[in-house]
Write a protein that binds this ligand. Structure first.
Ligand code: MRU
Length: 353
């Protein structure tokens, strides 16, 4: 690899300084800026503004946020401590609604607290710190495993199209949809990757193109509306994407534009592989219709990233951050425990047995 892009840590805990440290993803690719977050409010803000983003990274940040939010709570009484924890947890959960990893990580943190309600508050805080670090460490192993399963479906020299950024900085390490590309790079697979720019927040242009370029991968940046021509040209053999929430029937929420890419891929006979840590699969959500899609400010569509607004001031906008790809368009869902194929109602449930 050209540089060790895999060494960039998008989110980590600096417990000695009572801080969460994030790589501010809104500054990439032009600046590498690390920001320190000292309160649950700082973490909420960083998640909302996408300074830390990508479903697994949001989950890790949420777990750290709950820990640092509770670290300074003075009370020695468990009930008082727990009342406060429920408030901080609900607050952090209100930052972004679609990625289920955030809720999964916050629930997991609450669970260890309840399991240890007989410990002292000081001990509980230490248990929370340890659990948040386990969540981060597990994610790294999960992503590596997803990468290996995904790579088993790919062949050297393949053309790959990816949308948004499901890369190393969206996770603890390796990424999900980009994990097989990194593993393939180490093993000389010679993939040729097309990165959709991913309007409106340009995660594909700013983050995926940057990550893969740093790693020395052959990556070509395209505008979102060029996906069809590269597929028609026969340059794409597989579509690899991440996800924010997979429903029990396999319907998958991912970055806005993913469903269009999947529909095109079906037209051209190209497989679509969704990369999903089990923490992103939500069996409680029956179908895609039950997934809450985040709506974001219109400024992102006509102002953000431009020196001057590129549409009339005050123009009406519609800015959903995610869309749902119907399970029919998904060839396989790749998890750390194996590859699920349709019918997903059966194969996804089996993964949790
Ligand atoms: O709004 P974002 O940038 O957080 O959206 C991210 C995505 O849609 C990713 O594909 C998904 O979270 C998976 S990241 C491994």
């Amino acid at each position: 690899m050209k540089t060790d892009v895999l060494d960039f840590q998008s989110v980590r805990l600096d417990d000695a300084r009572h801080q969460v440290v994030i790589l501010d993803q809104t500054k990439l690719p032009n600046e590498t800026v690390y920001r320190t977050l000292e309160t649950a409010e700082d973490v909420w803000d960083a998640i909302y503004k996408l300074e830390v983003r990508g479903a697994p990274a949001i989950g890790i940040a949420g777990a750290y946020g709950l820990y640092i939010g509770m670290k300074h709570v003075e009370s020695e009484n468990f009930d008082d401590f727990y009342e406060k924890l429920k408030k901080v947890k609900a607050y952090l959960g209100s930052s972004r609604p679609t990625a289920v990893n955030l809720f999964w990580a916050l629930d997991r943190m609450e669970r260890v607290v309840l399991e240890n309600k007989d410990a002292t508050v000081a001990e509980i805080k230490e248990i929370m710190r340890a659990e948040s670090e386990v969540i981060r460490a597990e994610d790294e192993a999960v992503c590596k495993s997803i990468g290996e399963y995904s790579l088993s479906l790919l062949k050297p020299g393949m053309g790959i199209l990816t949308h948004c950024n499901a890369g190393t900085i969206a996770t603890a390490k390796y990424g999900t949809a980009l994990a097989p590309i990194y593993l393939g790079q180490e093993r000389n697979y010679g993939f040729k990757v097309f990165a959709d720019e991913t309007r409106p927040l340009l995660q594909g242009a700013r983050l995926t193109a940057w990550e893969l370029n740093e790693a020395g991968v052959d990556v070509t940046l395209i505008c979102d509306n060029m996906a069809s021509i590269v597929m028609k040209n026969g340059w794409v053999n597989a579509v690899l994407v991440g996800c924010d929430r997979v429903a029990a029937n396999g319907d998958t929420a991912n970055k806005i534009g993913t469903s269009g890419v999947a529909i095109l891929a079906k037209k051209y006979g190209i497989p679509v592989y969704v990369h999903a840590p089990l923490s992103t699969i939500d069996l409680e959500t029956k179908t895609g219709d039950d997934i809450h899609i985040e709506l974001r400010p219109g400024e992102e569509v006509y102002k953000t990233w431009y020196e001057k607004p590129m549409a009339p001031e005050g123009i009406k906008t519609y800015n959903p951050a995610f869309d749902v790809t119907d399970a029919d368009y998904i060839t396989a869902i790749i998890t750390e425990k194996g590859i699920a194929y349709p019918p997903y109602e059966v194969s996804l449930a089996k993964l949790f047995e």
